[in-house]
Design a protein around this ligand. Structure first.
Ligand code: GDP
Length: 412
């Protein structure tokens, strides 16, 4: 069955981004998610948090309470890339659910409120993400609010999260007058219209040129301090080339050495497209992260992100829907096809893969197979639970259970 796999066109793994959004409750995670789905064309109607129509909040209880409790995964496309968005609960009572979703992410957007800065739950989720070595970019949201200040929020990211903020945008206008950003990597101005339509790009406005130049220099200095190639170019006296800067930002993000900071107002639909560009440019694909490790009989087994390896995946969520029991699986290695029998290595039972669904915001698309790097929902498994390892029966492996009780590693 798998011998002819390579004759089937599948997307190269480098264009997949398995992404989570981490935030303190109320920072705007649901709104950012909605705007991402809207910007990528996954939804055509903008859901508003306050009228209970948001797409990712499936659960009525969740809608009632106005907080995002249960994880759900949604696929969308941006700039030739598939983004699988795994919703991560922000509420502190759901720590092990956060932990489980962190295991299946390759990267994350941390959303902060531009007035409140780093809040306690963003701090605890940040530490969990540190433990799982999830590369992150930061989005300082609600820049339209009275009292919003990017610099203050960035200072709290530096001081409370003990990371190096790499600020790649300069806001244009303040509070109610916030209309756009200067992209400090390309030195271009992006300005949104009043109606939430796509931005217009142009040269940096005269009045902001000096400030933008100063901030670009600060960004270059911060990057040069962390990145050897950038340092070399920087020490040669010249300004960094845009391409060097972008490549260094990518390396530093993926290595967890610094955090790219962007800003906007999700509510007003400002800043979402550059945020998606940054996801594609800086966060890793499934191929850029280390092979996942599991064990069998005390022996360590590695599974690489390769469609030709034996299948291994992790169940990270199970939901009951009208379509049936949906088992969400992150495929780490190999391929599953419709009709396959797989082993639930955690429970020691075999399960049948009846159907494979790509879950989108407004519909599910049935697919014939899913390959390493993918996130899909399968129908068929009757008893596999969240946290279970599914694998090829002839190549068993069990991924370690999440280490909820593990001590928090301080990165100070
Ligand atoms: P979550 O709890 O992190 O999912 O946050 P929500 O997306 O539910 O947002 C919390 C509240 O903040 C809601 O009332 C949103 O309408 C509001 N909100 C979200 N983004 C923005 C923004 O950019 N500006 C302003 N002023 N309000 C926002």
């Amino acid at each position: 069955m798998r011998t002819n796999l390579r004759t089937h066109p599948t997307r190269p793994l480098t264009v997949i981004r398995n992404l989570g959004i981490l935030a303190h409750v109320d920072a705007g995670k649901t709104t950012v998610t909605e705007r991402v789905l809207y910007a990528t064309g996954a939804t055509h109607k903008r859901g508003e948090v306050h009228d209970g129509t948001t797409v990712t909040d499936f659960d009525p209880q969740e809608r009632d309470r106005g907080i995002t409790i249960f994880a759900a995964a949604v696929s969308c496309d941006w700039d030739g890339h598939r983004i699988n968005l795994i919703d991560t609960p922000g509420h502190v009572d759901f720590a092990d659910e956060v932990e489980r979703s962190l295991r299946v992410l390759d990267g994350a957007i941390a959303v902060f409120d531009a007035v409140a800065g780093v809040e306690p739950q963003s701090e605890s989720v940040w530490r969990q993400a540190d433990r799982h070595q999830v590369p992150r970019i930061a989005f300082v949201n609600k820049l339209d609010r009275a009292g919003a200040d990017l610099d203050t929020a960035v200072a709290s990211i530096r001081d409370r999260l003990h990371t190096v903020p790499l600020v790649v945008q300069l806001p244009i206008g303040r509070e109610d007058g916030f209309t756009g950003v200067v992209d400090l990597v390309r030195m271009r101005a992006l300005v949104w219209g009043a109606g939430g339509e796509a931005y217009r790009e142009g040269p940096v406005p005269d009045g902001l040129r000096e400030e933008a130049g100063r901030r670009r220099r600060l960004l270059e200095e911060a990057v040069a301090e962390l990145h050897p190639v950038a340092l070399e170019e920087f020490c040669a006296g010249a300004a960094l080339r845009d391409s060097t800067l972008a490549a260094a930002l990518r390396d530093l993000t993926r290595g967890g050495e610094g955090v790219v900071v962007l800003c906007g107002s999700a509510y007003r639909n400002r800043g979402i497209e550059p945020l998606l560009d940054a996801v594609v440019a800086y966060l890793p694909s499934p191929l850029d992260v280390p092979a996942v490790r599991g064990t069998l009989g005390g022996e360590v087994r590695e599974r690489a992100a390769d469609p030709a390896e034996p299948f291994a995946g992790l169940v990270f969520k199970v939901t009951a829907t009208a379509t049936g029991r949906l088992t969400y699986v992150r495929v780490y290695a190999g391929t599953i096809e419709k009709g396959d029998t797989v082993l639930d290595a955690t429970a020691g039972r075999t399960e049948r893969i009846g159907r494979i669904l790509r879950v989108q915001a407004d519909r599910n698309t049935e697919v014939d197979r899913a390959v390493a790097g993918d996130i899909v929902a399968v129908i068929g498994p009757k008893s596999a639970r969240a946290g279970a390892t599914l694998c090829a029966p002839d190549a068993p492996v069990v991924f370690e259970p999440p280490s909820v009780a593990a001590p928090v590693v301080s990165v100070a």
